[in-house]
Design a protein. Sequence first.
Length: 148
Amino acid sequence: MKVRTFAAAMLLATCLSAAGSARAPQSHQQKAPWRDVTPRTGLSGWHKVGGNATYDVAGGELVGRAEPGKTNSWLVSDAQYGDFIIEFDAKTDPALNSGVMIRGQSRPEYRNGVVFGYQAEIDPSKRAWSGGLYDEQRRQWLYTLGRN
């Protein structure tokens, strides 16, 4: 997975999250190089938030295993980055819901540290709302793709 950001994973899909930094935005003339932030074996520099999912790196891929019916889990990078572009591939179980956190956060003063933020949906179901925008733990669906 190649991104210019802070990464996280949720359930069975590789999911990403981004936290803002104090760095000023780059102009169109200044392009930062692509940086691979895929977790490596041992998951050094990452920590799990919420739920009971397990995370592992196998064959160069981040693999998350959810515990059915349990609270969502995230694998969160210890690093924080500013503006970003994200590219990734996701393999999901069609029975599970997942997504990519964008600018996700967890702060003790907000609902006892619950993870919140924007999520680009990964939806392998017949509904097919992949790419829809969900505001986790706040406003819920912002754009469902229901009109597409």
